[in-house]
Design a protein around this ligand. Structure first.
Ligand code: FMN
Length: 153
């Protein structure tokens, strides 16, 4: 299946996780990895499955690399109807605003017509588990769901 991985990051963790996902699943699927800073909402390929990995910064805000994308989406009002996406958050439960960056991004995409596949899961930097150990099974489940949706369409 064609999968577009997008990351929103401040210090590179989300980018590294996308690269790990690509390394793990790239032999089974056609995967591209793109920084959200390098894409406009209008350039998203609505026919593919989008998987976003996004951290939280400041006071539960979007990380720097996701901000221009979010601003463009609000300003241009791009219609994302037909886009299926899943989203994985990176955060730190020391903050009251745990995981709110990915929450904001998910809400924006849905508001503009995209459909969320499966639950948003947030890796907690305070926890013992590695981000990839949470993300790999989560990703595999979301891809199965997206494949079932594509077959049903
Ligand atoms: C200054 C600063 C502010 C942060 N603010 C939040 C926050 O509001 N909520 C949250 O869940 N995590 C917060 N974090 C944790 C980051 O989201 C977490 O470290 C994440 O792994 C960073 O991923 P990135 O390198 O892709 O940006 C913050 C971290 C720093 C250093």
């Amino acid at each position: 299946m064609k999968i577009q991985l997008f990351y929103g990051t401040e210090t590179g963790n989300s980018e590294m996780l996308c690269e790990d996902i690509e390394a793990e699943f790239g032999s089974d699927h056609e995967i591209t990895v793109t920084n959200l800073a390098e894409v406009t909402p209008g350039e998203m390929d609505l026919g593919t499955f989008a998987v976003l990995v996004c951290s939280s910064y400041g006071d539960g805000e979007l990380p720097a690399s996701a901000q221009p994308f979010a601003e463009a989406l609000e300003k241009d009002g791009t219609d994302l109807t037909g886009l299926n996406f899943a989203i994985f958050g990176l955060g730190d439960s020391d903050y009251d605003t745990f995981g709110q960056g990915s929450e904001q991004l998910a809400e924006m995409l849905v508001k503009h017509g995209a459909e969320q596949v499966g639950p948003r899961v947030i890796h907690d930097a305070q926890g013992d588990e590695l981000a990839e150990d949470m993300a790999f099974p989560w990703f595999a489940e979301r891809v199965s769901e997206a494949e079932a949706l594509a077959d049903a369409a």
